[in-house]
Design a protein. Sequence first.
Length: 466
Amino acid sequence: MNRDNVVEALQGIVGAANVDSEVVVRDWSPLSLKGVLDDDAGRARAVVRPGTATEVAGVVAVCRDRGVALVPIGARSGVLGGALPGGALGLDLTRLDHVGEIDRENLQITVGAGVLGGALEAQLRTEGFTLGLYPQSLELASIGGWVATRASGTYSGHYGGVEDRLLGLEVVLADGTVCEIPAMPRCSVGPDMAGLFVGSEGTLGVITAVTLAIDPLTEATLLRAVRFSTLQDGLDAIRETVQGGVHPAVVRLYDAEESAMLRATIQHEGDGCVLLLGFVGPATVAAAEEAFALEAAARHGVVDLGREPAHRWDAHRLRVPSGFRALTETGVLADYLDVQTPWSCAPRVYAAVRAALATHCDTAVAHFSHVYPQGTSIYFVVSIRAATDAEAIARHQQAWDAAMSAVVSAGGAIAHHHGVGRVRTPWADEAMGGALPIWTRVRAALDPDGVFSPAVLPASPRATDA
């Protein structure tokens, strides 16, 4: 079957206006923003925009029958290249933008995978509710993309990540079956089938609709900034807080270098490591949790900076993506790396990755956020200035190679909430460890022909490009 006939078949399913042939897809990965990404990574055989799950199933059937790989594409806010087709068909899901009625009794809502998080959050807030998921890409990212990449947000200490908000979903499998996994708060009938697709990055099926838990807007949100003399003091205070049973909604501990960079935004004074804290809930509960956290901080020589610096941060946090793009457009190659570590390894992972990045980047700073009783994520921000695009690309690849090797050697995990995409796939086999044989068999069973997203996550049979 030649290319024209494939496109013609797709046009018959979704309409000619919803099929674009031979296009290049861009996302928010730094090389894509800078315009130096190899076009082969972004090139799509065609981009198809279905409007219903039935149309998605029809597109999947065409690809399966004719050996054409496809890559589900949401709002393209990812920074790891996971939505880049690489010569496959791009399945654009942004027309799946229906929003169901708010279920006030059960505190849930069902929406299409293409709905943007910011638009949904704004709509919910007019009715007195919230998603509780506030990634810095809130205005840019789609709900289906959140689920596919196991996203989290800045208030995750209270609301959790997307896996904690997910109640059910609708997904199209490789054989064209449309499956609706019922929304339940908990169910003890076999494994968690909805959870199987969390973090799957389009490799097991196409997510077309999602049911999420929602919360009433909280009575109080208390934000505060404090400062420690050393990073270790801050880490100890945070660990004691969460292991003591209090989970601040916001925890962001910046190393000394990023704390200095924050001065222009939050207008704090003094040297050291800044910690931003946030507490939400009934006023008395939020106040009690804040007091507990400050008591833990006081045992480690904390300096209270008050509420204003934290409020300034909160006002600016959703501007990060636009600032990232502006920085990239000035000729700087900027990037983010999120990793995960147990508390016992946190200082070692931080030091190892910082050292690895410093060899290849002009700047490399970090903060700790998304904390748990067992550990924390570390979020590295890097920049590269190079005389040529070729040099920038080479140094960027060297930085990732060095950082991923360093985090694994130091006892951490290569990803916390950005997912794997194309960038981290070379390390995915090792990162899965003993789960790799299970993953390989699950993927082969659900997608035996390798139709879905063959270039991301490990061990995929590849579809032929007939």
